[in-house]
Design a protein. Sequence first.
Length: 69
Amino acid sequence: MQEKRYISIEEASYLTGMTQDALYRKVERGQIPYRKWGKRLLFEQRELLEFLDALPGMRPEDVQRRWNM
């Protein structure tokens, strides 16, 4: 079983490229997976990456297929 790695808001900001304020707004709106430990906001790294992968858009392999690269 893979160990879960929880990351802080600062690390999540770096990982996603979003500002901390933007992440807080997404948490308030229930738009992003998170955990609370007391006042601390935590993100499970694997869940966060899966969430980002599921967002609409084109992945590198889709771009390559589209442009026959």
